[in-house]
Design a protein around this ligand. Structure first.
Ligand code: 3PG
Ligand code: MG
Length: 395
């Protein structure tokens, strides 16, 4: 069992129903970050080179099965045309008849698949209807593959199906990072909350050699060991869970690295005065002090870890990186990882939520081996879960 690629399909003269994820940030009707659009270009180009014509299916936002004008895909047409270098024809209510009347080399964009509740319900009638719109199905939406929807999963069973170029690249990169990595393999897992990354931590400690914890999550671990972190963000109800994760890591042979010091401040604002404080079971902060970033010694220790790793997975920042100086640790560590990547000593794979924004801020996004376009799907993959959109391509 495996998935096919565009190379395995006969696309000549075919309408290729292509699921993409163009759920991009927009302001005032304009795309503010076109990364997801740029990353589907190879798929569109290759389909057209093989004589196929793409019929694009995509969602935008969460309209909850209703028509929501602000979530129409129509305003995306200019950005798609600029990226693809050809005309894109938008259609609100497609039919096979209408599609067949379009030029043989047309690129067609179908309105937001989530404007009907049948999409998220993975309704067989919707999957059946979508299947009439193409001769072949190509899924290039890895970042929506954690959804079992009609356009991501249901329709894949009804047509000859394959993975697009971006889907292929995402799966290869994530397999190289987690399924069969060059060892030692480590992960940086940061961000605010342990609660949102429990499954991720539990799965990772079984698969990797070193787990480096950052952000508010690290506070919860330090507090679970007895440290008093004052007003720092932490989840007091998760101390037992944090200890369970540490026990599981110990028995799985995964070392957990927590920040040995932190940048502490009394206010969370740009340029706030801060000081370095040692973080451990004996730390006692004042009730109005907050740990807002990992400290200098912590980052030195992290860089020493990076120096021996061969593979590094990165999800989440070390501190409150949106506001200087609390971006210091994230930027320094990201630069260290980038340097080793550029030297050919480390494979770096990043994804999920805030991560890409943090790496962009550090100016290293182009230096990492692979940056996933996925948020939730990246996390679910790292949690070891089967992604319905990927499973549906297995034939
Ligand atoms: C994303 O933006 O992460 C994907 O497009 C999935 O969107 P969803 O979380 O609304 O399913
Ligand atoms: Mg999301």
């Amino acid at each position: 069992m495996g998935w096919k690629t565009l190379d395995n399909m006969d696309l000549n003269g075919k309408r290729v129903l292509t699921r993409v994820d163009i759920n991009v940030p927009m302001e005032d009707g304009h795309v503010t970050d076109a990364t997801r659009i740029e990353r589907i270009v190879p798929t569109i180009t290759d389909i057209r080179k093989q004589g196929g014509s793409p019929v694009l299916l995509a969602h935008f936002g969460r309209p909850k099965g209703q028509f929501v004008p602000e979530m129409s895909l129509a305003p995306l047409v200019p950005a798609l045309e600029a990226a693809f270098g050809c005309t894109v024809t938008f259609v609100e209510r497609p039919s096979r008849e209408w599609i067949d009347a379009q030029p043989k080399d047309a690129v067609i964009l179908v309105e937001n698949t989530r404007f009907t509740p049948m999409e998220e319900a993975n309704d067989p009638a919707m999957a059946g209807f979508l299947a009439t719109l193409g001769d072949v199905y190509c899924n290039d939406a890895f970042s929506a593959a954690h959804r079992a929807h009609a356009s991501t999963a249901g329709v894949a069973h009804l047509l000859p199906s394959c993975a697009g170029r971006l889907m292929q690249a995402e799966l290869r990169a994530l397999e190289a990072a987690l399924s069969n990595p060059k060892r030692p393999v480590g992960a940086v897992v940061g961000g605010a909350k342990v609660s949102s990354k429990l499954d991720l931590l539990m799965n990772l400690v079984e698969k990797i050699d070193v787990l480096i914890i950052g952000g508010g999550m690290a506070n919860t671990f330090i507090a679970a060991q007895g440290g008093d972190l004052g007003a720092s963000l932490q989840e007091a109800d998760l101390h037992d869970t944090a200890r369970d994760i540490m026990d599981k890591a110990a028995s799985a042979g995964c070392r957990i690295v927590l920040p040995v010091d932190g940048r502490v401040s009394r206010e969370f604002k740009a340029g706030a005065t801060s000081e370095m404080v040692a973080l451990n079971a004996h730390t006692k902060l004042a009730s109005d002090q907050m740990v807002l970033d990992a400290g200098d010694e912590a980052i030195e220790a992290v860089e020493a870890e990076f120096a021996v790793l061969k593979t590094l997975i990165w999800n989440g920042p070390f501190g409150a990186f949106e506001i200087a100086p609390f971006d210091t640790a994230t930027v320094a560590a990201a630069k260290a990882a980038a340097t080793r990547t550029n030297a050919g000593q480390l494979i770096t794979v990043a994804g999920g939520g805030d991560t890409v924004a943090a790496l962009n801020q550090a100016g290293v996004a182009d230096d990492f081996t692979y940056i996933s376009t996925a948020g939730g799907a990246f996390l679910e993959w790292m949690e070891g879960k089967e992604l319905p959109g990927v499973a549906a391509l297995m034939q």
